[in-house]
Design a protein around this ligand. Structure first.
Ligand SMILES: NC(=O)C1=CN([C@@H]2O[C@H](COP(=O)(O)OP(=O)(O)OC[C@H]3O[C@@H](n4cnc5c(N)ncnc54)[C@H](O)[C@@H]3O)[C@@H](O)[C@H]2O)C=CC1
Ligand SMILES: O=C(O)CCC(=O)C(=O)O
Length: 528
């Protein structure tokens, strides 16, 4: 049974699938302080949040069972991503579910600021019939500057076109082709600042985007420009905006987000008649809240059940077409890593992986994570997972190199993993055989055919008559049943290996006895 804690208000309908799952227990406990969360988080496998809960390193430290933190929304700035990655906790978000809601709020804000609707409403409900103070401007034939042309920015741009606006966009990932398709002209931030009648920002808050509109940009702007921020507080310098309003440059602004939320009572936006404010409502529609909760619940279920998932923020995304091709290899990759990891004697400095045959033309990075996880699991146990495998390898100065080749021997695909240390190299190769599944087909220099599962004995010996019988007799007399056996050798009478699958682990004493048999060079027990 997995336990999921929902610590922010998240749509009940959206998380219904978690309530319905027989293997999940959902507890809703919102508005907790950090101390309160620290006190209870140790019981939970998953934490679901919106933006109120600040998921700090302390909370993760106490969450010893935590496997996943789900953010029902886009921005994950309330989650310490570095700490999560370090601890191998998957952080997922729901990037698509609130795009339209936020886009529509942006449009509502743009129209509200153009026509001063909140200001007019305030006067009207105070029984003041003031028509002359509220002469607005039209959107038609105006220039809209969109900084950040991702999901929300693009939707805003599309709607602006329908309103007859000319749209200038800036985004480091906006290609000329895509801009053309959207009917958007490309411009730099400063060009947009100089040209626009309305400017809206739709980027995350990063070191690059912090204060992307600051005093120098306001100085470039046309008199009468209107500014909208429904993305993140801090993308536009709040103080510089107030100054630009005072100077008569900015005619109005609409902000849904603030550097500090909620803003202090004396925040300069709160009593400025030219600034419209809302309390971070971009995603607050019934539809968006259901969408993000459904998306995030689905992903949490996948992660807890060890199934493939798509929206991890602290892992690179895997396109479905790549996932389909690679998924059958994931188990093989991890087993190869575990196997070869147990063959190594000294500290390993490099994991070298060769993907051959039908894997040559696929992005194999996700598969590499499985191999590295397998290698590291032998030493790090549950501390390592797919999220932190590469990070853990890097921290240990363990170089991971990948090559691709067409040389598969007689197989259609071949994954070869070599562990290198100062004094030795250990190599293992495996394949996916149609109809037979995962097979190990080479151990070191020896061709073999083994199913990578269960407990194995890997015995190096000299190829002499009677050895197999002696090993079998010794194991049998110690009540260790042999399920299958493979012998690999290069030359008659030379070095050879024996790989036995045994039904239960052999004791240390049995392994010592095996190692003392004549002609035996080395005995290792491997658990896959
Ligand atoms: N007010 C609210 O309730 C909501 C706010 N948001 C916020 O809106 C923002 C955008 O969300 P989405 O469009 O879904 O994200 P997205 O990831 O689809 O788009 C963000 C875009 O910003 C661009 N970008 C990054 N650095 C940039 C830079 N220096 N200059 C220009 N562009 C840059 C990226 O290339 C990307 O295309 C996020 O910060 C998100 O947290 C999202 C939903 C609700
Ligand atoms: O959960 C919310 O209401 C905040 C939404 C948001 O800001 C986001 O998804 O980035």
């Amino acid at each position: 049974m997995f336990k999921v804690l929902v610590s922010d208000p998240i749509s009940d309908l959206g998380i219904q699938q978690l309530h319905d799952a027989a293997d999940i227990q959902v507890d809703k406990n919102t508005g907790l302080s950090e101390d309160e969360l620290v006190a209870i988080i140790g019981d939970y496998d998953a934490l679901l949040v919106r933006s109120q809960t600040k998921v700090t390193e302390r909370i993760m430290q106490a969450g010893t069972k935590l496997k996943v933190i789900g953010r029902a929304g886009v921005g994950v700035d309330n989650i310490n991503l570095e700490a999560a990655t370090h601890r191998g906790i998957v952080v997922i978000n729901a990037p698509d579910g609130n795009t339209i809601a936020t886009c529509e709020l942006t449009f509502a804000m743009m129209m509200a600021v153009a026509r001063q609707i909140p200001q007019a409403y305030k006067k009207t409900v105070s029984a003041e019939w003031d028509r002359k103070s509220f002469v607005g401007v039209e959107l038609r034939n105006k220039v809209l500057g969109v900084i950040g042309m991702g999901r929300i920015g693009s939707e805003v741009a599309k709607r602006a076109k329908v309103f007859g606006m000319e749209v200038f966009g800036y985004d480091p990932f906006l290609t000329e082709e895509r801009a053309e398709k959207l009917g958007v002209k490309l411009g730099t931030v400063n060009e947009i600042a100089a040209a626009a009648d309305f400017i809206t920002v739709h980027t995350p808050l990063t070191n690059e985007t912090r204060n992307i509109l600051d005093r120098p940009q306001f100085e470039l702007m046309k008199k009468g420009v209107r500014i909208i921020n429904c993305a993140r507080g801090g993308i536009i310098n709040e103080q510089a905006l107030v100054e630009a309003i005072d100077k008569g440059i900015v005619a109005g602004a609409a902000f849904d987000v603030f550097v500090e939320e909620p803003p202090a009572a004396d925040h300069p936006f709160l009593n400025n008649p030219k600034i419209i404010v809302t309390p971070h409502l971009g995603a607050s529609t019934v539809e968006a809240q259901e969408n993000v909760a459904i998306d995030v619940s689905e992903e949490v279920l996948h992660i807890l059940r060890n199934e493939p998932f798509k929206n991890a923020v602290n892992m690179p995304p895997v396109p479905p077409v790549v996932l389909n091709k690679l998924q059958p290899y994931f188990n093989l990759g991890e087993k190869l890593g575990r196997f070869v990891g147990q063959m190594a004697d000294g500290p390993v400095s490099e994991i070298s992986i060769n993907y051959a045959g039908e894997l040559m033309d696929v992005d194999t990075n996700p598969l590499t994570r499985y191999v590295v996880k397998g290698v590291l699991t032998n030493h790090l146990g549950h501390e390592v997972n797919l999220v932190n495998a590469m990070h853990q390898a890097k921290q240990r100065d363990l170089n991971v190199t990948v090559q691709k080749s067409s040389a598969t021997g007689s197989f259609t695909n071949l994954v070869t993993v070599t562990l290198k240390s100062k004094s030795e190299e250990r190599t293992l190769a495996g394949t996916l055989l149609a109809g037979y599944g995962e097979r190990i087909v080479r151990v070191g220099q020896y061709p073999v055919d083994i199913s990578p599962e269960g407990t194995l004995l890997l015995i190096s010996h000299n190829d002499k008559p009677g050895i197999i019988g002696r090993v079998g007799t010794l194991l049998g007399s110690n009540d260790v049943n042999i399920a299958s056996m493979q012998v690999g050798r290069k030359d008659i009478g030379g070095s050879a290996i024996m790989i036995l699958t045994i039904d239960k682990e052999a004791s240390k004493d049995v392994l010592d006895q095996l190692a003392k048999l004549p002609e035996i060079q080395n005995v290792r027990e491997l658990t896959l």
